[in-house]
Structures are given as structure tokens and as C-alpha cells.
Design a protein around this ligand. Sequence first.
Ligand code: NCD
Length: 345
Amino acid sequence: MSRSALLNAPASKDAGVFRTWAGSPAEVHLLGLEGWERAAIEVLLDRAAHYRAMLRAGRVSDALRGVAVCLAFFEDSTRTRVSFELAAHRLSAMPVPLFTQGSSMSKGETLLDTLRTVVSMRVELIVVRHGSAGAVAYLAQHLDAGVINAGDGAHEHPTQGLLDLLTLRDAWHGRFEGRRIAIVGDVAHSRVARSAMFGLRAVGASVTVAGPPTLMPAGIEALGCAVAPSVEEAMRDADAVMALRIQRERMERSLIPSTGEYARVWGVNEERVALMKPDAVVLHPGPFNRDVEITSDVVDGPRSVVLSQVENGAAVRCAVLERCARARAQLRNERLQHVAPEICA
Ligand code: NCD
């Protein structure tokens, strides 16, 4: 199948099958992909493919009617925030956006107090992006709501990991085994890279990372990936490459000599893309800095799947919202039955 035929193909044959989650309490939150089993990932990707078909058909679902979903973004975002908001609308939920500016956090209220206030208004799910690794897990412990991680510091970005897996599953014709991706750039500060590594490892693909030593975390091999000394070695014969933005906002001081030098030594360009397998694809989570970590011709070129990633992001977020809302409903019923059985009778 040609690349464009592949991208425009209908969702997988599983797409119409309505597989629901049991609603286990463990599924109330989505904090990271670390520790996920392959089977659980595949169920979620199949459900996302179902939602992708629905979105392509311009349809809307009733799955989350009446469920309030707070979108609490304490760091800038375009793709993740807009796609979560759209996903909530497409499922007939009630999205409630919340930012630092314009909320009482700008008056000194703590993160927990602000979100407890929101939850008291019967908000069932909170999607959180925060600059501190671990902030989302802390909230999940202290809030009576399902908490979904939309990126916490340099820790994890699980819905990005899932949308990357869905994009690669399509590009690789449904098989992860024997495939290898090169992840190139600022690995040290990348929650995207960490979630991708956990997910790819779980489904049986292999990962090679490459980047400047100052942007490579010590002990990265413990996450199950290989480290290449150069971008060329990482990309040679790879089945995909993921370029990462330099996350200056997470650096206390500059860790690279200059952007020109960085682009020359570590940038993903046409010459380097030609080292990969003929059908290999190019991913980037966005936002991209054109002609720094990736050249403009590669972003816009035939191997680029960056817009498929964005489309898949909306579908994955539908599946994740549904999963957490179902688990949450299940949990609340159990609690209601326990506390006041007459209400459920
Ligand atoms: C990433 C993020 O915020 O972690 N972007 C995204 O969610 N699509 C990567 C980045 O900011 O470079």
C-alpha cells in the first residue's frame, strides 16, 4: 500500500468492535505508560482507531454525556490541549478549561486547593499539564477525580506515547516486532521520549537514542534502549526516527553551544533520512523548531507523519477519556452502594 493510501485507509478492521473496559479502579487515572502490558496498549489503540474512524466521518458520540472534564494546563500547549478539548466535545462531555492566569492560582492559591475547588463542582476527570515531574501523581492521590497526565515536567506524557504508537502501528502495517526507531535530540528533558520508550518496549519494538552528551540522561540504557554515538549511526537502517525539540525551558543554563552547531551535528535532515530503510517514517511531537532539530524539507517531506500524529492524538484522547470515565463511574457506583445503598436501589 502506498504511504498516502495507508494514511487515508479506514481504521483497522477492529475499529467497529465496541470493546469496553471493565472499569477497574486502576484505570481511573492515566499517569504514565511505565509498566503497561502490551495487551492493554493494543486495546487502547484499537479503541482509538474506532474513534479515528468516527472523527473522520464527522460524527459525535454520546459516550461521556454529562461528564465534566477539567483541562488544567499550567504549561503552554497547542496540540495536547486542543485535542483533549475537542475529544471531550466529540464525546459530548463538558470540557472546563483552567489556566494559571485567570484562575485563583495567580492570587497565591495552591494547585491542590484550586483543583479541589473544581472537583467539588462534580468534575469527574482532570487533565493536567504541569512543569513538575510527579505533580500529576500527587494530584491523583489527593483528589476525588480521575487524573490524566498531559505532561509532567520531564517525566511522562502518556497520551503522546500512545498516539506515537498508533502512528507507528499504521506505518509498520500493524507489526512492532523487529522494528526499530531512532529517537534523536534532547532526550534528557523529554517526557515524550520516556513515554515512547516505555510503550515501544512493551509492544516489542526497539529504540536507539542519540543526542549531545549534555542532553543524554545517565543510565538511559536501564530503560531498555541502545545509545548511538552519532545521529547517523542511530538512523542507519532504522524504521522510523523521532526528532525532539531542545527544551530550553527545562534547562538552568544552555547545554548546547549554538543552534547552528546543533543543527549541523544532531539535526534530522534529508541526507540522514536517506540512511533509513526506504519505507521509514519521520515523527516529531511538535512544536518543531524548523531547521534546528529537523529541517523544513523533512517536516514537509513525503516521509513525515507529523500531521497523522496530530490526528491520532485526538482519537487517542477520546479513548483515554472514555477509559477513565468508565472506570470512574464504576468506582462511584461501588462507593454509592457502599455508603448509601438506597440511592442505587
Ligand atoms: C511536547 C511536550 O509538551 O512535551 N509537545 C507535545 O505535547 N506535543 C514536546 C515539546 O514541547 O517539545
